[in-house]
Design a protein around this ligand. Structure first.
Ligand code: C5P
Length: 233
């Protein structure tokens, strides 16, 4: 079975993206497309990454606008049949509900607090901290609005799990195998620690895509996760 990993396909062009996706697809459950590729190539990139595989597409567009606009955007994106679409929880209850209504076959994942914002940056945009409290408030609001998944840091996963219960999918970026280069990720956890904290789907980009052999890197991370899951079962 494919491991619960969404490989962040943050590639410079569609050819590289297609190569990475086909290499990792046999080993992982999802490939994640973000704004950079989507704004350049549009729907074509979704079809290309899916290719002939069964891999699910996670469309990380982080929608944030008035409810009517987000409903329209979600309806248009739903035609591409992504399994997951992200919105900003800070868009509020009606906006999140509009995304859920607009894309009924897609899991709407609400981004709580961007991990790039620290407490001081949050205060400057008028959000009462600390960031974990803000993430908790936004998580509850998003779930009440109908989101069935949340994007959060691995460090927040256990708290959010306690807040929203077992049925909500927790998606965590900021995952680095022990000893790997952290890049620009500051608050990281190993894949095994993220799972233990309650994450359901791990977003992993550069440790896989920038490896000499992305397919082999995905396979070895998938095997490590299976071992961790078996050990905790
Ligand atoms: O290469 P790396 O593993 O750092 O990739 C992580 C992916 O997760 C990137 O696509 C990044 O945009 C995304 N992400 C993140 N932190 C968030 C939300 C999304 O790193 N809070």
């Amino acid at each position: 079975m494919a491991a619960p990993i969404a490989v962040a396909i943050d590639a410079p062009d569609i050819e590289t993206a297609a190569r990475w996706a086909s290499a990792v697809a046999p080993h992982v459950s999802h490939v994640k497309v973000g704004l950079e590729l989507y704004l350049r190539y549009g729907p074509e990139v979704v079809a290309t990454l899916r290719g002939g595989t069964k891999v699910s597409v996670f469309l990380d567009l982080k929608l944030h606008d008035i409810p009517a606009t987000v409903a329209g955007a979600a309806r248009n994106v739903a035609r591409l049949k992504p399994s997951i679409l992200t919105v900003h929880a800070a868009g509020g209850r009606d906006m999140i509900a509009a995304a859920v209504d607009g894309a009924p076959g897609t899991t709407i994942a609400a981004v709580t607090v961007l991990t790039s914002l620290d407490d001081a940056a949050l205060e400057r945009i008028g959000v009462r901290g600390p960031s974990l409290d803000a993430a908790r408030r936004l998580a509850v609001l998003a779930v009440e609005a109908g989101a069935t998944a949340l994007v959060c840091s691995p460090q927040e996963a256990a708290s959010l799990r306690a807040e929203v219960g077992p049925d909500i999918t927790l998606i965590t970026p900021g995952v680095r195998p022990a000893g790997a280069d952290h890049g620009d990720q500051a608050r990281v956890a190993t894949p095994e620690a993220a799972l233990a904290a309650g994450a359901d789907l791990l977003v992993i980009g550069r440790p896989i895509t920038r490896a000499a052999d992305p397919g082999a890197a995905a396979a070895s991370m998938a095997a490590a996760l299976r071992r961790a899951e078996a050990a905790s079962a």
